[in-house]
Structure formats: structure tokens, C-alpha cells
Ligand binder design. Structure first.
Ligand code: SAM
Length: 292
């Protein structure tokens, strides 16, 4: 290929040649700026022995840069109409495999076993389809995929939620889940002008680096996340009222909730959004003992 895929002229040429029409429902906004792509690749800290999983290669703009800078790329694309295009654009790269499957439904752990046996630095890199940013990230975390880093572009507002600190409006159960498993860095802001078609929002690239151990240790992880979820169910309610409404057996056990909050040194009149992850861990451990 004489020209990189992501230049505006090359992208337009490919789209025209195949009569491709963008599908909004698949979040199809393709990057047309090779500098931004190179920066994403830099932030992913790839080496020639890295393995990469990409979600949504589109016409292959980012895939091409990943192929040039790693050992092997496996990309999941939901839209089969892109198959002939990717066959042409990625033809020069023998280290790329494309799977035409919905990433959310795919058995990614099995694909990792089959494709990355010999790889020890596995990284997820993507310009995410914005309509499912959160489910994609939560899938990677919940299924505990053996990846070292996740470097992804997303809507700026979602990036702020991943990175949010207690006491801010963006802080919520998503911030806690992501920070529990990873360290979060918002590494670059990206204007909407570098995509075709242009989205209605600005974007940011986030790097999530897997922690060797979760940020806090808890007696029961699933229960910890239930306590977090309940605590945020109505943001204006106090923590004790949210726990009463949201926890199983919470309603008839206000006394127990108050005791656990007291033991965890948390004022029951505080709101969930003011609690640090350490405080949630302490509280969920006390509650777990009382309720199990
Ligand atoms: N990587 C390309 C780029 O940077 O130009 C395209 C990025 S575009 C924002 C998102 C891509 O994800 C599209 O190609 C879309 O078809 C694909 N996609 C959307 N939903 C998907 C899903 N559930 N699983 C896999 N791919 C998906």
C-alpha cells in the first residue's frame, strides 16, 4: 500500500471504491489523522513481541499501525460489510487476523488462548464504538482477560468518569470498578475534527494499566460491587437510605446498617459519592459479616 489508510484522501478513496455507507448504530466514526494514530500506538507501549487485540478495525486505519508495531494483531469487527475492504487494506500485513463477531458476545478468553499462547505482553487497543464503550471495558475487566494494558479512545465525558475522584459529579460505580482493577490515565484529548463522519462529541484516549492485585482487598468481590451499586442508586440520598433500599434484607435491618457504618467509621448521613474505594471496601466487609 503506497499511502497509509488513515489519510483523508486514502480513506475517501476506499469508502468510494466500495460504496461503503457509515452505520451510526455501529458507532462508525473512522480516524483520518495518522499523527493521532501514531500517538495512540505510542501510548500503548508496544514492542515487537507484544500481542494486540483490537475492537472494531473499521477500514483498518489503526490496525495497520498496530500491525507495524507489534508481533500479532487480532481484531473483532461486527460489520461484515467491511470484510472485502479489510482484505484489501490489510493485505500487506501477515500478522493480522480479523474475526467478524460482536466483541461483547465473543468468547475472547478462548481466542486469547488460541492466538496468544506465546505472548506475554497482551494489550487491547481500540478507537471504541461509543455506544458500547462501558460494556466493552466492563467485559474486559469482569472476564479478567489476561491483558496488561487497555489503551482506548472514547467520548471525553466517559473518560472523565473512569478517572473521577470521590466527591466529584463524575464519580460513580464505573469509576470504582475500573480503578479497582486498573490505574487510569487520560493520556490525550482528541478533537472531533479528526473523524469521518464527525461525531457530536470530543474524545479522549485512556490508558488502563492492570494492577497486579486489586486496589483494595475485600472479603467478597461480588458483594463489594453490590454495596457500591446500591450506594449510588439515588445520588441525592444518604448512604444509609440507599443501602436500605438497595441491599437485600436492607429494609428491615436499618440497625445493622447503622452499626456497620459506625464500625467502618462512615457517617450514615454522607452520600455514596463521597466515599473512597477504601471506605467502600471497609463497609462492605463489615456488612458482609453481618449479612452472611
Ligand atoms: N478502528 C477504526 C478507526 O479508528 O478508524 C474504526 C473505529 S469506529 C469508532 C468503531 C468500529 O467498531 C466500527 O468499525 C464498528 O463497525 C465496530 N464495532 C461496533 N460495534 C462493535 C462490536 N460490538 N464488536 C466489534 N466491533 C464493533
Amino acid at each position: 500500500m503506497d499511502k497509509e489508510i488513515a489519510t483523508p484522501t486514502k480513506t475517501t478513496e476506499i469508502i468510494k471504491k466500495y460504496g461503503f455507507s457509515f452505520k451510526k448504530s455501529f458507532g462508525q466514526n473512522f480516524l483520518i489523522d495518522t499523527n493521532i494514530l501514531r500517538k495512540i500506538v505510542d501510548f500503548a507501549l508496544l514492542t515487537e513481541s507484544s500481542g494486540v487485540i483490537e475492537v472494531g478495525p473499521g477500514i483498518g486505519a489503526l490496525t495497520e499501525q498496530l500491525a507495524k508495531n507489534s508481533k500479532k494483531v487480532l481484531a473483532f469487527e461486527i460489520d461484515r460489510r467491511l470484510e472485502p475492504i479489510l482484505t484489501e487494506t490489510l493485505d500487506p500485513y501477515s500478522n493480522v487476523n480479523i474475526v467478524f463477531e460482536d466483541f461483547i458476545k465473543a468468547d475472547v478468553a478462548r481466542y486469547i488462548n488460541e492466538n496468544f499462547q506465546e505472548i506475554d505482553d497482551l494489550v487491547i487497543v481500540a478507537n471504541l464504538p461509543y455506544y458500547i464503550t462501558t460494556p466493552i471495558i466492563m467485559k474486559c475487566l469482569n472476564e479478567q482477560l489476561p491483558v496488561k494494558r487497555i489503551v482506548v479512545m472514547m467520548q471525553k465525558e466517559v473518560a472523565s468518569r473512569l478517572n473521577a475522584k470521590p466527591g466529584t459529579k463524575d464519580y460513580g460505580s464505573l469509576s470504582i470498578a475500573v480503578q479497582y482493577y486498573t490505574t487510569v490515565e487520560v493520556v490525550m484529548n482528541v478533537p472531533r475534527t479528526v473523524f469521518v463522519p464527525q461525531p457530536n462529541v470530543d474524545s479522549a484516549v485512556v490508558r488502563l494499566t492492570s494492577r497486579p492485585q486489586p486496589l483494595v482487598s475485600v472479603k467478597n468481590e461480588a458483594y463489594f460491587f453490590q454495596v457500591v451499586k446500591a450506594s449510588f442508586s439515588q445520588r441525592r440520598k444518604t448512604i444509609v437510605n440507599n443501602l436500605m433500599a438497595g441491599l437485600e434484607k436492607g429494609k428491615e435491618k436499618k440497625e445493622i446498617l447503622l452499626t456497620a457504618l459506625h464500625e467502618a467509621k462512615i457517617d450514615p448521613r454522607r452520600r455514596g459519592e463521597t466515599l473512597s474505594i477504601e471506605e467502600f471496601a471497609r463497609l462492605s466487609d463489615y456488612l458482609y459479616d453481618y449479612f452472611h
